[in-house]
Design a protein around this ligand. Structure first.
Ligand code: CP
Length: 332
């Protein structure tokens, strides 16, 4: 195997697998890659000869396509395995699928799976860094990194930044990873949704996050509102009788959008259900960062591949220096 050994390789199962200084470096690297994506020929030899496996056993457009594209931009050889065309359809277990794919000796594996813990489980069988591209309701670390990067570019700080996450928090891996990451970076995070999607045990698991069911009260205080997709595939009608009720309770209507601060922005990790989580006019408004989130997904994932495969394992060039946003926050 040409990559790191199983004993030394770095996995990204959730955001806690990266130190804050490493995230600062990742963001700076992501910014430096922007120029590459605007070249007429989008190709650099940075990871030539390295192989990348995208094992996507749940649907995806943004995450899969961005990893596929930036892997190719970095000159990696990219292989994609998807559920519908894999031998899982013929009854092969996830474990046997992993044991089979391990024999191909990929240098890095990106995994999306419907069950919580599947990425960590996969890391037991693979001698390559594993990146969790979403495991059930548990975590989606690259989406949280993309969202944090997008906020950093928009505001230049995390300190005193009020971020409101709205919707199906209970079933959202994006919300969980964002709550972990944004509070660590210094943002004030509030989550809001229907009471049945905000159980007390979830609030106990995130003591640094404010929980509320009153969206109209939380909106005027927010710098950024991050709406979540209603995850109907992860719960039954007994939890949420209808998407119409969801839209009424926590959908970002035009009226609600007008209650935001003049500089307030809206975000959505996608895929978006227009008219449910957000009105179309809000999604397409100049203060919507949804398109920026998609573009930043390329930059951040490109920087992550580079970081996991090129940077010396366990070393940090940042040392004990504070992240760039800390300095900005102090001088703000
Ligand atoms: N945000 C996100 O994970 O989108 P996809 O499901 O399209 O990858």
């Amino acid at each position: 195997m040409s990559g790191p050994t199983a004993a030394t390789c770095r996995h990204l199962i959730d955001v806690d697998d990266l130190a804050t200084e490493e995230i600062a470096l990742l963001f700076e690297q992501a910014q430096s890659f922007r120029e590459v994506l605007h070249r007429p020929i989008k190709k650099v030899p940075a990871l030539r000869g390295k192989t990348l496996l995208l094992l996507f056993l749940e649907p995806s457009t943004r995450t899969r396509t961005s990893f596929e594209m930036v892997g190719k931009v970095l000159s990696m050889d990219v292989t994609t395995v998807q559920s519908a065309s894999s031998s899982i359809q013929k009854g092969e277990s996830f474990r046997d699928t992993l044991l089979t794919l391990q024999r191909f000796q990929f240098d890095l594996v990106v995994i999306r799976h419907q069950f919580e813990g599947s990425a960590r489980y996969a890391a037991r069988f693979l001698d390559a860094p594993v990146v969790n591209a979403g495991d059930g309701c548990h975590a989606h670390p690259t989406q949280a990194l993309v969202d944090a990067f997008t906020l950093w570019e928009a505001f230049g700080r995390f300190k005193h930044l009020n971020v409101l996450i709205v919707g199906d928090v209970l079933h959202s891996r994006v919300a969980r990873s964002n709550m972990r990451l944004l509070t660590r970076l210094g943002a004030n995070v509030t989550v809001c949704g229907p009471a049945q999607l905000l159980p007390p045990w979830l609030a106990e698991a995130f003591p640094n996050v404010t929980f509320t069911t009153d969206l109209d009260r939380a909106l005027p205080e927010s710098d950024a509102v991050m709406t979540l997709r209603v995850q109907m595939e992860r719960h039954g009608k007994e939890v949420l009788p209808s998407v119409r009720e969801y839209a009424a309770t926590c959908g970002l209507s035009w009226e609600r959008f007008r209650r935001l601060r003049p500089e307030g922005v809206v975000m959505h990790p996608g895929p978006i259900n227009r008219g449910v989580e957000m009105e179309a006019a809000v999604a397409d408004h100049p203060r919507s960062l949804i398109g920026a989130q998609v573009e930043n997904g390329l930059l951040v994932r490109m920087a992550l591949l580079f970081f996991l495969l090129v940077r010396p394992q366990g070393e940090s060039e940042a040392g004990s220096a504070p992240p760039a946003w800390s300095e900005r926050a102090e001088s703000a």
